[in-house]
Design a protein around this ligand. Structure first.
Ligand SMILES: [Zn+2]
Length: 282
């Protein structure tokens, strides 16, 4: 869809199934189950929805999904499903090849957000998007490079280290304008230097929160957050800051992991925030 000078598409790397305790952390099951009914193994689907933005002659990809480097055991652990292929097939349906991507923004370096940054060719790990500059916050890269017991399984060096070594990873210091109407904004909590992307064109506003609000309900309810948030109270403060910003602008919010409500707007219903779905062609 076009908004002023911005052309925006959601591009899917497929979806996985995760134990609902991951996305909902300390939220009791009787509260989340009516919203996102788990299956018999207590799993819920988790989408891997990336965003493609074209503006000012640049083609920008925001997050890269889980990628293709997982072995069969890894794919089975995630219960990965790609009925329409992965991210590269989704880009192909828009007529785009990996060479067409100018810029890749990583919201953070957890494996389900940057796994597609690189791929394995003849045993070597190389950039999936050979012409692209990649961007992530410097402090996120520092955290990813020194994982702890909680983050070791999700920060895989092969997803970012080859890019840093080759000088293709631009390390950002705080909020950064990427292109006209495309701004990286630091939204700490899920990780210390997690970033979201604010979009604007011709009076329209969009927002890609990534794991600031993995599912729509996370944005509406301040106290709902994932089990993986590094600083849960910081997530709460960051969401409290962005809720009125999003509601006042009627921003279209693209939820990276929400399979049942992929695009929505934050509305006030009485004194409570709710996310209302937006009809999105994809
Ligand atoms: Zn995630």
């Amino acid at each position: 869809m076009n908004f002023g000078d911005l052309e925006i598409h959601t591009v899917s790397d497929g979806f996985v199934h995760v134990d609902a305790g991951g996305p909902f952390g300390l939220v009791p099951r009787p509260l989340y189950a009516p919203e996102y009914p788990p299956d018999e193994s207590n799993s819920i689907p988790m989408a891997l929805t990336c965003l493609l933005v074209r503006t000012a002659g640049r083609t920008i990809l925001i997050d890269t999904g889980l990628g293709d480097k997982l072995d069969a055991a890894g794919q089975a652990r995630w219960r990965l499903e790609r009925p329409d292929g992965g991210l590269l097939e989704a880009l192909g349906r828009l007529g785009l090849s990996p060479e067409d991507i100018d810029l890749v923004v990583n919201t953070h370096l957890h494996g389900d957000h940057c796994g597609g940054n690189t791929r394995r060719v003849d045993g070597r790990v190389v950039a999936t998007f050979p012409r692209a500059t990649y961007m992530v916050q410097r402090m996120e890269w520092a955290d990813a490079s020194h994982p702890d017991a909680r983050t070791r399984s999700t920060y895989a060096a092969e997803n970012f280290e080859p890019l840093v070594r080759e000088g293709r990873m631009q390390l950002l210091h705080g909020d950064t304008a990427v292109a006209p109407g495309v701004d990286c904004v630091v939204t700490p909590g899920h990780t210390h230097a997690h970033q979201s992307v604010a979009l604007s064109g011709a009076g329209w506003h969009g927002f890609y929160p990534a794991d600031l609000a993995s599912y729509a309900v996370h944005l509406a309810r301040l106290s709902w957050m994932t089990a993986y948030d590094a600083e849960p109270l910081e997530t709460l403060r960051t969401k409290a800051h962005w809720q009125p910003w999003l509601q006042e602008r009627g921003a279209w919010i693209f939820f990276e992991h929400d399979a049942q409500l992929p695009v929505g707007r934050l509305m006030l219903s009485g004194s409570r925030f709710e996310v209302e779905p937006v009809d999105w062609p994809g």
